[in-house]
Ligand binder design. Structure first.
Ligand code: SF4
Ligand code: SF4
Length: 391
């Protein structure tokens, strides 16, 4: 076991109480582990996952496609890290799940969807297998220039660059920042995958290569500050790149927009709408950024922010984390995370679900369609809402 070689981690797997508190939010009102919610078996919950890993580490069970699928059904939402009752090891829970996946990669026993994802990134630099030349098409008409020493690099990421829903988000953020006079540029066709999902899915060799190439590129261009569209990119730039020598000041676009609004550099008209906000796991639980998106929405005259039952630290994931956005191991059943979350948004009476992550935007847009709620609920990026309020 090359990856779970940390004695402390192996020991922790053995000491998990299997008590199951980790699958709930703080008030125990619902199941907050998306894979458990979707499948309903304890093997898909964090404690059950630990039980399986324990049996696997001690040789009681062998690697199998089923074992791999269960491990890859985790969406890395970090709810279990937040909720585990055992203070000593709650912080290493996500590492144990990630190391298990890295071990499966090294054994070459991964689900086909995960294998295809790695292959697409390795060959095309993005999971969509689309040409590099198409990467910056979204920026047309935004006024964004190529990065050449501006204050910030604006990093759109793969979903923002290639997915239709993500592109809309990237466009609205780019236009707003340019309009507010922020000095920023994009890498355009030179941008490649940030590697956050590659790392969480356990392909450490490919991750290191992507991260080192990006760090080298950023440094060669003199980048000091980065604004990310995607909280997943924010996460990997902030937490993993420094270990490989990449030290940049990293901000999520909502932090920058909230600052601009405070300085009155973005103004808007009245926009009477009931809005609920969905916390992206990689912005909220992973990076404790809860305030700025809410400050922006509250600043819009006439808009009413109504919180969902589960919000902030206890928010329920959209189901797109941990690479599931691409591998779709959680599926689209009635209890899949996106559909559950959309029904929860409906309970608030809001007409708009505000999102701050392109993966959440896509997951929840698809879920709204599956729930036949298109005439009642609209999923919009925070900058898209601001653009509507400025008209
Ligand atoms: S709360 Fe912690 S100790 Fe209890 S089952 Fe979950 S991981 Fe194990
Ligand atoms: S990270 Fe989220 S999906 Fe994965 S086991 Fe923990 S609660 Fe479940």
């Amino acid at each position: 076991m090359a990856y779970i070689r940390n004695i402390e981690h192996a020991d922790i797997v053995h000491r998990c109480f299997r008590c199951g508190y980790c699958k709930f939010p703080e008030d125990y009102s619902d199941f907050n582990c998306p894979s458990y919610k979707a499948f309903g078996w304890d093997t898909y919950a964090p404690g059950g996952r630990m039980w399986l890993i324990r049996a696997w580490l001690s040789g009681e069970i062998e690697t199998s496609p089923r074992f791999a699928e269960i491990m890859y059904s985790c969406v890395a939402c970090d709810n279990c890290k937040n909720q585990c009752v055992f203070p000593k090891f709650k912080d290493v829970l996500p590492d144990i799940f990630q190391e298990t996946k890295a071990e499966l990669v090294s054994e070459g026993r991964i689900p086909p969807g995960v294998r295809d994802y790695f292959k697409a990134i390795a060959i095309s630099g993005n999971p969509y297998k689309l040409p590099q030349e198409e990467r910056s098409k979204w920026a047309a008409g935004t006024g964004l220039q190529k990065y050449s020493g501006q204050e910030y690099l604006f990093y759109a990421g793969c979903v923002g660059s290639y997915d239709e829903v993500g592109q809309k988000m990237a466009k609205s953020v780019g236009s707003l920042l340019v309009g507010a006079g922020v000095s920023l540029g994009i890498l355009g066709t030179e941008e490649t995958c940030d590697g956050n999902e590659v790392r969480i899915l356990g392909e450490m060799g490919l991750f290191t290569q992507l991260a080192q190439d990006n760090i080298e590129k950023f440094k060669a261009k003199g980048v000091k500050k980065i604004i990310t569209l995607d909280p997943h990119a924010l996460n990997v730039f902030k937490k993993d790149y420094p270990q490989l020598g990449g030290n940049f000041q990293v901000f999520h676009y909502t932090e920058i927009l909230a600052g601009l609004i405070k300085k009155k550099r973005i103004k808007f008209n009245k926009y009477p709408a009931k809005i609920t906000y969905h916390d992206p796991c990689y912005l909220g639980r992973h990076n404790q950024i809860y305030g700025p998106p809410r400050e922006i929405l509250k600043a819009i005259p006439g808009a009413e922010l109504i919180e969902m039952r589960r919000n902030s630290l206890n928010a329920f994931c959209c189901g797109g984390g941990g690479g599931n956005f691409f591998t779709d191991i959680l599926g689209t059943g009635e209890d899949s995370a996106g559909r559950v979350r959309v029904r929860e948004a409906m309970e608030t009476g809001a007409q708009i679900i505000a999102v701050a992550c392109p993966s959440c935007a896509k997951m929840l847009t698809d879920a709204v369609k599956m729930e036949n709620l298109e005439d009642k609920l609209e999923v919009l990026g925070i900058a898209e809402i601001l653009a509507k309020a400025r008209k």
